[in-house]
Design a protein around this ligand. Structure first.
Ligand code: DGL
Length: 267
Protein backbone atom coordinates (compact mmCIF):
# COMPACT_ATOMS: atom_id res chain seq x y z
CA UNK A 1 0.00 0.00 0.00
CA UNK A 2 1.59 3.34 -1.01
CA UNK A 3 0.10 5.04 2.07
CA UNK A 4 2.24 2.79 4.28
CA UNK A 5 5.48 3.88 2.60
CA UNK A 6 7.76 6.45 4.24
CA UNK A 7 7.97 10.19 3.58
CA UNK A 8 11.43 11.37 2.49
CA UNK A 9 12.76 14.58 4.07
CA UNK A 10 16.07 16.16 3.13
CA UNK A 11 18.23 19.20 3.77
CA UNK A 12 21.77 20.26 2.92
CA UNK A 13 22.58 19.15 6.46
CA UNK A 14 21.14 19.07 9.95
CA UNK A 15 18.83 22.10 9.66
CA UNK A 16 15.92 20.10 8.25
CA UNK A 17 15.67 18.29 11.57
CA UNK A 18 13.76 21.39 12.75
CA UNK A 19 11.15 20.43 10.12
CA UNK A 20 11.41 16.68 10.73
CA UNK A 21 10.62 17.22 14.42
CA UNK A 22 7.42 19.06 13.55
CA UNK A 23 6.39 16.45 10.96
CA UNK A 24 6.88 13.71 13.54
CA UNK A 25 4.97 15.70 16.18
CA UNK A 26 1.94 16.28 13.93
CA UNK A 27 2.08 12.99 11.99
CA UNK A 28 3.46 10.52 14.56
CA UNK A 29 2.28 7.44 12.68
CA UNK A 30 4.08 8.28 9.42
CA UNK A 31 7.36 6.51 8.65
CA UNK A 32 10.07 9.08 7.86
CA UNK A 33 13.47 8.89 6.19
CA UNK A 34 15.75 11.89 6.73
CA UNK A 35 18.81 12.62 4.60
CA UNK A 36 21.36 15.22 5.71
CA UNK A 37 23.58 16.14 2.77
CA UNK A 38 26.17 17.40 5.26
CA UNK A 39 29.06 16.19 3.11
CA UNK A 40 28.04 18.96 0.69
CA UNK A 41 26.85 21.63 3.17
CA UNK A 42 26.52 24.51 3.10
CA UNK A 43 24.45 24.80 -0.10
CA UNK A 44 24.15 28.54 0.49
CA UNK A 45 27.46 29.40 -1.17
CA UNK A 46 27.24 26.82 -4.01
CA UNK A 47 25.96 27.47 -7.55
CA UNK A 48 22.28 26.86 -8.42
CA UNK A 49 23.39 24.02 -10.76
CA UNK A 50 25.28 22.32 -7.94
CA UNK A 51 22.28 22.66 -5.61
CA UNK A 52 19.97 21.16 -8.27
CA UNK A 53 22.38 18.31 -8.96
CA UNK A 54 22.76 17.40 -5.26
CA UNK A 55 19.02 17.72 -4.61
CA UNK A 56 18.29 15.32 -7.48
CA UNK A 57 20.94 12.87 -6.26
CA UNK A 58 19.46 12.80 -2.75
CA UNK A 59 15.92 12.54 -4.15
CA UNK A 60 17.03 9.53 -6.27
CA UNK A 61 18.32 7.82 -3.14
CA UNK A 62 15.00 8.47 -1.39
CA UNK A 63 13.06 7.17 -4.39
CA UNK A 64 15.12 4.00 -4.20
CA UNK A 65 13.86 3.70 -0.59
CA UNK A 66 10.36 3.91 -2.13
CA UNK A 67 9.23 7.06 -0.38
CA UNK A 68 5.67 8.14 -1.20
CA UNK A 69 6.37 11.90 -0.99
CA UNK A 70 9.34 14.22 -0.65
CA UNK A 71 9.78 17.22 1.65
CA UNK A 72 12.56 19.62 0.67
CA UNK A 73 13.35 20.85 4.20
CA UNK A 74 15.78 23.42 2.87
CA UNK A 75 14.95 26.93 1.67
CA UNK A 76 18.03 27.08 -0.54
CA UNK A 77 17.22 23.81 -2.31
CA UNK A 78 13.58 24.88 -2.62
CA UNK A 79 14.33 28.15 -4.39
CA UNK A 80 16.77 26.53 -6.81
CA UNK A 81 15.51 22.97 -7.27
CA UNK A 82 11.87 22.42 -6.29
CA UNK A 83 10.40 23.23 -9.73
CA UNK A 84 12.88 20.87 -11.36
CA UNK A 85 12.21 18.10 -8.81
CA UNK A 86 8.46 18.45 -9.38
CA UNK A 87 9.02 18.04 -13.12
CA UNK A 88 11.18 14.93 -12.93
CA UNK A 89 9.99 12.99 -9.86
CA UNK A 90 6.99 10.65 -9.93
CA UNK A 91 5.91 11.58 -6.35
CA UNK A 92 4.49 14.76 -4.74
CA UNK A 93 7.14 17.25 -3.63
CA UNK A 94 6.64 19.79 -0.82
CA UNK A 95 9.03 22.74 -0.54
CA UNK A 96 9.69 25.34 2.14
CA UNK A 97 9.65 29.11 1.78
CA UNK A 98 10.49 31.94 4.20
CA UNK A 99 7.47 33.19 6.20
CA UNK A 100 7.35 36.53 4.36
CA UNK A 101 3.56 36.57 4.04
CA UNK A 102 2.73 36.21 7.78
CA UNK A 103 5.56 38.60 8.65
CA UNK A 104 4.09 41.28 6.37
CA UNK A 105 0.75 40.87 8.17
CA UNK A 106 2.29 40.95 11.66
CA UNK A 107 4.73 43.85 11.50
CA UNK A 108 3.76 47.00 13.39
CA UNK A 109 6.73 49.09 12.27
CA UNK A 110 6.27 48.13 8.60
CA UNK A 111 9.81 46.75 8.43
CA UNK A 112 10.47 43.01 8.11
CA UNK A 113 13.87 41.28 8.17
CA UNK A 114 14.69 38.01 6.42
CA UNK A 115 17.77 36.01 7.40
CA UNK A 116 18.71 33.42 4.79
CA UNK A 117 21.63 31.89 2.92
CA UNK A 118 23.40 33.82 0.16
CA UNK A 119 21.79 31.70 -2.55
CA UNK A 120 18.31 32.19 -1.10
CA UNK A 121 18.82 35.94 -0.86
CA UNK A 122 20.07 35.95 -4.49
CA UNK A 123 17.14 33.97 -5.83
CA UNK A 124 14.45 35.53 -8.04
CA UNK A 125 11.92 33.26 -6.29
CA UNK A 126 12.40 35.03 -2.93
CA UNK A 127 12.07 38.44 -4.59
CA UNK A 128 8.89 37.28 -6.30
CA UNK A 129 7.52 36.14 -2.93
CA UNK A 130 8.30 39.55 -1.43
CA UNK A 131 6.69 41.40 -4.38
CA UNK A 132 3.59 39.23 -4.17
CA UNK A 133 2.93 39.29 -0.42
CA UNK A 134 4.92 42.11 1.12
CA UNK A 135 4.99 44.99 -1.34
CA UNK A 136 3.17 47.21 1.20
CA UNK A 137 6.00 46.90 3.76
CA UNK A 138 9.77 47.26 3.66
CA UNK A 139 11.60 43.92 3.56
CA UNK A 140 15.32 43.80 4.32
CA UNK A 141 17.04 40.56 3.30
CA UNK A 142 20.27 39.61 5.04
CA UNK A 143 22.55 36.79 3.83
CA UNK A 144 24.22 35.06 6.79
CA UNK A 145 27.36 33.18 5.70
CA UNK A 146 28.89 31.20 8.57
CA UNK A 147 25.76 30.44 10.61
CA UNK A 148 25.08 27.07 8.99
CA UNK A 149 28.62 25.90 9.76
CA UNK A 150 28.09 26.64 13.47
CA UNK A 151 24.85 24.65 13.56
CA UNK A 152 26.43 21.75 11.64
CA UNK A 153 29.19 21.69 14.28
CA UNK A 154 26.61 21.60 17.10
CA UNK A 155 27.52 25.13 18.23
CA UNK A 156 24.46 27.20 19.17
CA UNK A 157 25.72 29.49 21.95
CA UNK A 158 29.47 30.19 21.61
CA UNK A 159 30.87 33.74 21.60
CA UNK A 160 31.71 33.29 17.92
CA UNK A 161 28.16 32.44 16.91
CA UNK A 162 26.75 35.26 19.07
CA UNK A 163 29.14 37.76 17.47
CA UNK A 164 28.02 36.64 14.04
CA UNK A 165 24.36 36.90 15.05
CA UNK A 166 24.91 40.40 16.41
CA UNK A 167 26.59 41.38 13.16
CA UNK A 168 23.57 40.18 11.14
CA UNK A 169 20.70 41.25 13.41
CA UNK A 170 21.65 44.51 15.13
CA UNK A 171 21.63 46.56 11.89
CA UNK A 172 18.14 45.17 11.26
CA UNK A 173 16.98 46.38 14.68
CA UNK A 174 18.48 49.81 13.91
CA UNK A 175 16.53 49.85 10.64
CA UNK A 176 13.26 49.34 12.55
CA UNK A 177 12.69 45.62 11.96
CA UNK A 178 10.19 44.21 14.48
CA UNK A 179 9.48 40.90 12.70
CA UNK A 180 12.30 38.59 11.74
CA UNK A 181 11.88 35.69 9.33
CA UNK A 182 14.25 32.74 9.67
CA UNK A 183 14.61 31.80 6.00
CA UNK A 184 16.90 28.82 6.53
CA UNK A 185 15.99 25.63 8.37
CA UNK A 186 19.26 25.67 10.32
CA UNK A 187 18.43 28.98 12.00
CA UNK A 188 15.58 27.83 14.33
CA UNK A 189 18.33 26.08 16.29
CA UNK A 190 19.81 29.55 16.91
CA UNK A 191 16.48 31.10 17.96
CA UNK A 192 17.48 31.28 21.63
CA UNK A 193 20.79 32.99 20.83
CA UNK A 194 18.98 35.39 18.46
CA UNK A 195 16.52 36.22 21.24
CA UNK A 196 19.46 36.89 23.61
CA UNK A 197 21.50 39.12 21.32
CA UNK A 198 18.46 41.15 20.23
CA UNK A 199 17.01 41.24 23.79
CA UNK A 200 13.77 39.77 22.45
CA UNK A 201 12.95 42.95 20.52
CA UNK A 202 11.81 41.12 17.37
CA UNK A 203 9.09 38.55 16.76
CA UNK A 204 10.85 35.59 15.18
CA UNK A 205 9.03 33.43 12.60
CA UNK A 206 9.98 30.08 11.13
CA UNK A 207 8.14 27.73 8.83
CA UNK A 208 8.15 24.15 10.12
CA UNK A 209 4.45 24.15 11.13
CA UNK A 210 3.03 25.59 7.87
CA UNK A 211 5.20 23.18 5.86
CA UNK A 212 3.86 20.24 7.85
CA UNK A 213 0.29 21.45 7.26
CA UNK A 214 1.05 21.69 3.55
CA UNK A 215 2.45 18.14 3.65
CA UNK A 216 -0.77 16.95 5.33
CA UNK A 217 -2.87 18.58 2.58
CA UNK A 218 -0.73 17.03 -0.15
CA UNK A 219 -0.93 13.56 1.44
CA UNK A 220 -4.73 13.89 1.69
CA UNK A 221 -5.02 15.02 -1.94
CA UNK A 222 -3.07 11.98 -3.12
CA UNK A 223 -4.74 9.60 -0.69
CA UNK A 224 -1.36 8.89 0.90
CA UNK A 225 -2.07 9.39 4.64
CA UNK A 226 -0.91 6.51 6.81
CA UNK A 227 -4.07 5.14 8.39
CA UNK A 228 -2.55 2.51 10.67
CA UNK A 229 -2.43 3.48 14.32
CA UNK A 230 1.27 2.84 14.97
CA UNK A 231 4.43 4.71 15.97
CA UNK A 232 6.19 5.76 12.76
CA UNK A 233 9.68 4.46 12.16
CA UNK A 234 12.37 7.13 11.55
CA UNK A 235 15.62 6.45 9.71
CA UNK A 236 18.58 8.81 9.32
CA UNK A 237 21.16 8.98 6.52
CA UNK A 238 23.98 11.42 5.80
CA UNK A 239 26.61 12.06 3.14
CA UNK A 240 29.05 12.81 5.96
CA UNK A 241 30.64 10.37 8.41
CA UNK A 242 32.02 10.94 11.88
CA UNK A 243 31.26 10.66 15.55
CA UNK A 244 30.93 14.42 16.07
CA UNK A 245 28.43 14.66 13.21
CA UNK A 246 26.40 11.80 14.68
CA UNK A 247 26.45 13.50 18.10
CA UNK A 248 25.33 16.86 16.66
CA UNK A 249 22.45 15.10 14.94
CA UNK A 250 21.37 13.41 18.17
CA UNK A 251 21.49 16.73 20.02
CA UNK A 252 19.13 18.25 17.45
CA UNK A 253 16.82 15.24 17.33
CA UNK A 254 16.91 15.10 21.16
CA UNK A 255 17.08 11.29 21.17
CA UNK A 256 19.65 8.61 20.35
CA UNK A 257 19.52 7.62 16.70
CA UNK A 258 21.26 5.31 14.29
CA UNK A 259 23.01 7.17 11.47
CA UNK A 260 23.81 5.42 8.19
CA UNK A 261 26.19 6.86 5.60
CA UNK A 262 24.67 7.21 2.12
CA UNK A 263 25.84 4.50 -0.28
CA UNK A 264 28.64 5.41 -2.72
CA UNK A 265 26.71 6.60 -5.79
CA UNK A 266 24.84 9.16 -3.69
CA UNK A 267 27.63 10.59 -1.53
N1 DGL B 1 19.12 24.63 5.69
C1 DGL B 1 19.23 25.23 4.43
C2 DGL B 1 18.17 26.26 4.14
O1 DGL B 1 17.08 26.14 4.65
C3 DGL B 1 20.52 25.53 3.76
C4 DGL B 1 21.73 25.81 4.52
C5 DGL B 1 22.97 25.71 3.65
O2 DGL B 1 23.35 24.60 3.36
O3 DGL B 1 23.52 26.75 3.27
O4 DGL B 1 18.38 27.16 3.38
Amino acid sequence: MPSQQAIGVFDSGLGGISVLREIHRLLPNEHLIYVADSGHAPYGGKTPDYIRERSKRVADFLLEQQVKALVVACNTATVHAVDYLREVLPIPVVGIEPAVKPAARLTQTGVVGVLATQQTVNSPRLHRLIREYASHVQVITQACPGLVEHVEAGDFHSDAVRQLLKHYTLPLLDAGVDTLVLGCTHYPFLAEAIHDVTHGRMTVLETSTPVTHQLMRVLEQHDLRQMENLEGDIRFFSSKQGEQHHLSMQVLWQKPLELVVLPAPYV
